[in-house]
Write a protein of this length. Structure first.
Length: 168
C-alpha cells in the first residue's frame, strides 16, 4: 500500500506515482503486480475547499427550499438542532430554479412540464455563471420523462459545456 498526493488535473498520474512508489519500496517490477486498488480524496477535497464548479439545481415547483431546510439527522440529538451549523448546499438557493411540473407517485403526469418557462430560467442560471447543473424532480424515479427531456435537450439555454446530473 502506498499513499501519494492526488493529481486532480490527471488522476492517472497519481495512480502511476503510487504504483511506482510501491515497486520502489517493495523492490519489485510493475509487471509483478496483478491487481491495483485505487482511492482518491479529490472529490472530498473539492467539497471541503469549495473549489468545485458553480452548481445550479432544477427541482419541482414547490420544492426549491428543501435542501436549504434539510431536515435530516443532526449530531447531538434534540440539542443538536440548536448548536449544529449545517454547511451550505452545493447548489445555493439563488442558483436553484423550479420546474413547473409534477409526476404522481404512480407515474401519472399531474402537471405537464412547462418547457418554455424552464428554458427561460436555465438562461438566467447561465447568466449567473452556472458550470454544473443537477436536475432533481419529484417522483422522477417512477417516471423520468421530464428529467430525460431536460437531459435530452442537454441543458439548452444553460452554458454549452455545463455538466448535468439527473436525480429523483
Amino acid at each position: 500500500m502506498a499513499k501519494v498526493p492526488s493529481t486532480p488535473q490527471d488522476s492517472s498520474i497519481g495512480v502511476l506515482n503510487g504504483i511506482e512508489k510501491i515497486c520502489r519500496e517493495a523492490g519489485i517490477d510493475a509487471s509483478d503486480i496483478d491487481d491495483v486498488m485505487h482511492g482518491t480524496t479529490v472529490a472530498t477535497n473539492t467539497v471541503l475547499t469549495k473549489s468545485g464548479a458553480r452548481v445550479g439545481l432544477v427541482t419541482t415547483k414547490g420544492f426549491r427550499d428543501v435542501l436549504q431546510i434539510a431536515r435530516s439527522y443532526v449530531p447531538g440529538g434534540l440539542g443538536g438542532w440548536v448548536i449544529y451549523n449545517k454547511p451550505p448546499p452545493l447548489a445555493p438557493l439563488e442558483l436553484t430554479i423550479e420546474a413547473k411540473e409534477r409526476i404522481a407517485a404512480d407515474g401519472a403526469v399531474l402537471i405537464p412540464l412547462d418547457e418554455a418557462a424552464l428554458r427561460r430560467d436555465l438562461r438566467e442560471l447561465s447568466e449567473k455563471g452556472v458550470e454544473a447543473l443537477t436536475v432533481s424532480l419529484f417522483n422522477a424515479y417512477v417516471d423520468g420523462r421530464h428529467s430525460r427531456r431536460r437531459s435530452r435537450d442537454r441543458g439548452r439555454g444553460c452554458r454549452p459545456r455545463a455538466w448535468r446530473d439527473r436525480r429523483s
